[in-house]
Write a protein that binds this ligand. Sequence first.
Ligand SMILES: *[C@@H]1O[C@H](CO)[C@@H](O)[C@H](O)[C@H]1NC(C)=O
Ligand SMILES: *[C@@H]1O[C@H](CO)[C@@H](O)[C@H](O)[C@H]1NC(C)=O
Ligand SMILES: *[C@@H]1O[C@H](CO)[C@@H](O)[C@H](O)[C@H]1NC(C)=O
Ligand SMILES: *[C@@H]1O[C@H](CO)[C@@H](O)[C@H](O)[C@H]1NC(C)=O
Length: 222
Amino acid sequence: MIAMWKPYCWKFSILCLSIVALVASAKNDGNPANEVVDCINKNRTTNKLPKLYNSPGLGCMALQYISECMGNCSTNNTLSCQPPEVDITEVYAPNCGVELPTVGTISGHLVGCQWKHLNPEQAFSKVLISDKKRLSLLHSKDHTEVGVGFSRAHHGPFFWCILFSSGKTNSTFVLEGGRGIKQRNGCFSGKDLPCSSGRKLPFPSDLKPVVFSMLLHLIVGI
Ligand SMILES: *[C@@H]1O[C@H](CO)[C@@H](O)[C@H](O)[C@H]1NC(C)=O
Ligand SMILES: *[C@@H]1O[C@H](CO)[C@@H](O)[C@H](O)[C@H]1NC(C)=O
Ligand SMILES: *[C@@H]1O[C@H](CO)[C@@H](O)[C@H](O)[C@H]1NC(C)=O
Ligand SMILES: *[C@@H]1O[C@H](CO)[C@@H](O)[C@H](O)[C@H]1NC(C)=O
């Protein structure tokens, strides 16, 4: 009786473990750009400021902004990157599929880079809101909406960008057809899309198929 029961017990434990691993990896699969928006809004609300609307159009433009900064992260994690302002309408909006007449005023931006991988909370406090000047920009009463982009240079540093806007939240940065143009690398806030570009972002989601096939094997095996 016991001898028969034992292998099942063992298999059952592995089954449980794999389910836990699968759930955990699914959780890590989230969008780090959206997590930064959560940090932004948490910090604003604890300081009695209104939450900012998480705009996908603006988020995509923040990701586009980063693409111009890829070569400019120094070894000491300082980023010198000043793309021309006209790029907002001439490059970012068309590349994202943001309807041009709906491009609103950018009321502030914050960018940063880091050679080491940081989680969104660390990126928020250590890279993006790293001093008082940046904190006061975060707390500006002008902002009504926000967009965050996150990407990594090939085998290189990680880049973060926050764009703030003072535009009307439901009529600015409108994406063509509601979806805009799909971005190939990195991720942006406002949508529930995970980070694209398998090769660039080292996320545990890579493990998911492995765990899943293990699970399947076990279920079929039992
Ligand atoms: C970081 O590096 C840049 C360029 O390499 C340099 O100009 C800057 O002074 C450095 N900053 C610090 C804090 O070391
Ligand atoms: C990146 O750095 C180079 C060299 O310092 C500079 O010429 C260029 O304008 C920078 N790029 C941006 C987008 O600021
Ligand atoms: C959030 O806001 C407080 C001010 O209430 C500030 O001191 C703190 O540094 C902010 N948090 C982060 C992670 O920047
Ligand atoms: C935008 O929001 C306002 C107030 O929430 C609403 O009255 C208006 O109809 C909305 N416009 C669109 C295009 O959704």
